[in-house]
Design a binder for this molecule. Structure first.
Ligand SMILES: [Zn+2]
Length: 334
């Protein structure tokens, strides 16, 4: 990961925290102007907090308990008065607290875990967005299930054309259900990955983006990349052209989306990389969430002919294969 990118994102975090504290301070001052007693209470509560700590440290055991009880009582009384005053202004305790974009790390980018300080998923995601999701991030943010229009898919069964006994609309409805189940059971290791198969313009990328949006909302990390770009980035790292730890990020993202598999220029090196990605992410599954969505314009027969048996067998066993069919949506939208 580029150090400069990390630095500039951390600077953004710092500025964000600063602006927030400033805004909160202003808001508090406005509230205090309306109700000076509130400020008095806040100040007294702070002082009492310090006194409590001091008396725990200093007093001998006999006076100790009684003193602390008295202090606690006083604090409780003030807190109740504060709540009543806030309520009379139609405010609550929350209005005096900062609101963070990420409540997990309070917008610092890092959290304290038992094994030390670790990068929060919000920061990891920001780095993934700058480095990998750039081309697709606005789509991830705006494409969602609400604007997924089933009417683009015909409700007429055409067995000959689509080799299916159900209509494109019934089919896409089934696929949508599979996607929703995938989101719901995202943390469950036994929930299968997704393989989207079918021609361009049938909503494969759109559905991947819908899922990505929902998974991001669950504060998981998402890495999106088209197959040609992904394989080239891995090779660039391997041959020392870049030092981005691409493979590491690909193996560790909670959700990896490989779009357009089959459009890459293929060679044995890339087959080996694809196998490593698919297999390692499956093996990880028991310790951490590493789910994958692969979409391809190849049909199933072509896909199975193109990639070697080890890859195909893992896809068959661990992926829900969704076949998209119908008329190209892009022409209908115009
Ligand atoms: Zn965070």
């Amino acid at each position: 990961m580029q150090n400069t990118e990390l630095k500039s994102i951390l600077k953004e975090y710092e500025e964000k925290r600063f602006r927030r504290e400033l805004a909160l301070e202003q808001k508090k001052q406005e509230i205090y102007a309306k109700c000076p007693r509130l400020q008095e209470i806040e100040d007294t509560l702070k002082k009492l907090g310090i006194t409590t700590v001091q008396s725990i440290a200093n007093s001998d055991k006999t006076t100790h308990l009684q003193k602390i009880q008295e202090l606690n009582q006083k604090i409780q009384q003030l807190k109740t008065e504060k709540q009543q005053l806030l309520a009379s202004l139609q405010l609550s305790e929350k209005d005096l607290l900062p609101v963070f974009d990420c409540p997990i790390c309070e917008d610092t980018g890092y959290t304290k875990e038992s094994n030390g300080t670790v990068m929060c998923s919000c920061l990891t995601q920001k780095l993934l967005n700058t480095q990998y999701n750039k081309s697709n991030i606005t789509n991830i943010q705006k494409e969602n299930f609400e604007n997924f229009n089933l009417l683009y898919y015909s409700d007429k069964v055409d067995t000959e054309k689509y080799s299916a006994s159900i209509s494109p609309r019934d089919n896409i409805q089934i696929i949508k259900g599979i996607c929703e189940k995938f989101i719901q059971n995202f943390d469950d290791p036994s929930e299968k990955n997704l393989l989207f198969v079918g021609n361009t313009g049938l909503g494969k990328t759109f559905l991947s983006n819908c899922i990505a949006g929902e998974i991001l909302a669950k504060r998981k990390t998402v890495l999106y990349q088209t197959a040609p770009v992904m394989f080239d980035s891995i090779l660039d790292d391997k041959f020392g052209k870049t030092h981005n730890n691409t493979m590491e990020h690909i193996l560790n993202a909670n959700l990896l989306i490989i779009d357009d598999l089959g459009t890459e220029y293929r060679n044995d090196l890339k087959f080996a990389d694809l196998y490593e990605i698919i297999n390692t992410r499956l093996l990880h599954q028991e310790q951490k969430i590493t789910k994958t969505i692969i979409s391809t314009n190849l049909n199933i027969t072509a896909l199975f002919k193109t990639y070697d048996e080890r890859i195909v067998s893992r896809l068959v066993e661990h992926y829900n294969i969704c076949r998209f069919f119908g008329e190209d949506i892009r022409f209908q939208k115009k």
